[in-house]
Design a protein around this ligand. Structure first.
Ligand code: ADP
Ligand code: MG
Ligand code: ZN
Length: 484
């Protein structure tokens, strides 16, 4: 599609995100929420939907919802109501899902995102409500088996976070989503795994010619399980809608499925087939009343949030915004860095190591920072020895690799391997002499003004010392010898 055509239209996006909570037990019964157990092993009369079984609300779910609400600047409703959303599907034995409708627990929030071209933008959060998940259908290939129902997931707790249609590009949608994702991870209320469906996003997308007041008709994209696919799905959808309008056709309101193989979306159901859920207040659950002191108490258990942490890193440690952003992407990572700064005063050096070698080794070994074999104390042992010139920065990297393997302290490794920097003038002088004698032609050229050869000579001496010579002393002695 040509840029001029694309530029005629404004994109409008609103997102609905389902956040699966990491509580030990389900939202309305005491069954375990553990993932991957044998089918139907975590079930009881409540989550099986047996007649007469009564739901009891999980306090932890409410507290997680309050945390999410506070972190996204919502009002927490003093009184909210659970409602039945009625529909039939084999993974929903009760024939209705318990959700919230007219009076959700959180409303009127927002997140601020940085955008390209529109500066800082406030994205409204219409509401956050609590609900139960449905079970899972397993479609078997085996003849005569058909589909099997697993109700382990039935009744596991979800938050649904509904945004206002405030985003104007796929990039803005991703920025909002990533921030929300980061927040639920910081709050430790969701594992954030998109692929496994623990953080699921439905994207509502419409377009309108610039200048038009009313929104265009939207399509809702479902089942997209990665940030990249969400962006692709939106991009495809925008072009599809623009082409329809340009051809004189109309966009119809419908639900569309994203197909990651082709990068396209296709119709799943139109508005005519849309459900009428016949919501009504669930008579089995009393209204949820939340007093201010409960909110205060929950607020007291919340960690510093990513945006605040980032701002604090920028001001306390004088780090560039981009560095602070990387360091605070994940809470454990940020805490690791901060632990280092308490042990080693040069925060910039700590940041370089954490973002460099620590990140690299985590990636290579595929482990989380919680399982890291090199503690902040151990890492700072290296940084201290570099700072006091016991070892060079380059040897420091060697010590780091050995530390990762052996979990030994920096001092032990330096001692064991004889890695102490050579600072004895006599010893370095001897090596310098040797290198000059072995390379008479280069020495001559250097004396005649080919300054570039300084690097060559430093390299040779460092090699001769197996990296242990103090580089500053090598430089100084080389200059003295070669210039004389
Ligand atoms: P429904 O009840 O059908 O899901 P909602 O009014 O709750 O509809 O809206 C669902 C989502 O769609 C919200 O995130 C909202 O911001 C978004 N939305 C509504 N209208 C539009 C539109 N014209 N274009 C894009 N997104 C929209
Ligand atoms: Mg909705
Ligand atoms: Zn149960």
């Amino acid at each position: 599609m040509s840029d001029t055509l694309r530029d005629k239209y404004e994109v409008v996006i609103g997102l609905e995100v389902h956040v699966q909570l990491t509580t030990q037990t389900k939202i309305f019964c005491g069954c375990s929420t553990e993932y991957g157990s044998s089918p139907n092993s975590h079930t009881c009369p409540v989550c099986l939907g047996l007649p007469g079984a009564l739901p009891v609300l999980n306090r932890q779910v409410v507290e997680n919802a309050i945390k999410a609400g506070l972190a996204t600047n919502c009002n927490i409703a003093p009184r909210s109501i659970f409602a039945r959303k009625n529909y039939f599907y084999p993974d929903l034995p009760k024939g209705y899902q318990i959700s919230q409708f007219e009076l959700p627990i959180c409303e009127h929030g927002y997140l601020d995102i940085e955008t390209e071209g529109r500066g800082k933008q406030r994205i409204g959060i219409t509401r956050i409500h609590m609900e139960e998940d449905a079970g899972k259908l397993l479609h078997s290939d085996e003849a005569g088996v058909g589909s099997l129902v697993d109700l382990n997931r039935a009744c596991t707790p979800l938050l649904e976070v509904v945004s206002e249609p405030d985003m104007r590009s796929s990039d803005e949608a991703i920025a909002y989503l990533k921030q929300l994702h980061q927040i639920v991870r910081y709050l430790d209320i969701c594992n954030g795994n998109l692929e496994e469906g623990s953080f699921r996003c439905d994207a509502n997308v419409s377009v309108r010619p610039y200048g038009q007041k009313e929104f265009g008709t939207r399509a809702e994209l479902k089942n997209i399980n990665s940030f990249r696919f969400i962006k692709e799905g939106i991009e495809y959808e925008v072009e599809r809608q623009i082409e329809l309008i340009e051809d004189g056709d109309k966009v119809v309101q419908e639900t569309r499925l994203f197909d990651s193989d082709s990068g396209t979306t296709r119709s799943m159901r139109g508005k005519e087939e849309a459900h009428d859920y016949r919501y009504f207040p669930d008579p089995d659950l009393v209204p949820l009343v939340i007093k201010d002191d409960w909110i205060t108490q929950v607020r007291g258990t919340m960690p510093e949030l990513p945006q605040e942490k980032m701002q604090r890193f920028i001001s306390d440690f004088e780090l560039p915004g981009s560095v602070a952003e990387v360091l605070t992407a994940e809470r454990n990572f940020a805490e690791y860095f901060e632990a280092c700064t308490r042990l080693h005063k040069d925060a910039r050096t700590c940041a370089n190591w954490v973002m460099g070698d620590i990140q690299r080794m985590l990636n290579e070994s595929g482990i989380d920072i919680e399982q890291i074999p090199v503690t902040p104390q151990m890492l700072c042992g290296i940084l201290e020895r570099i700072a006091d010139n016991t070892i060079s920065g380059k040897i420091g990297k060697q010590v780091f690799d050995l530390m990762w393997e052996s979990s030994k302290s920096a001092d032990a490794i330096i001692e064991e391997r004889g890695l102490k920097q050579v600072t004895d003038t006599g010893a370095i002088e001897a090596m310098v002499d040797e290198v000059i004698a072995a390379n008479p032609a280069q020495a001559q050229e250097f004396r005649e003004g080919k300054d570039k050869l300084q690097g060559f000579f430093v390299g040779q001496v460092m090699k001769a010392s197996r990296g242990k010579a103090n580089p500053a002393m090598v430089n100084e002695l080389l200059c003295k010898k070669l210039r004389s």
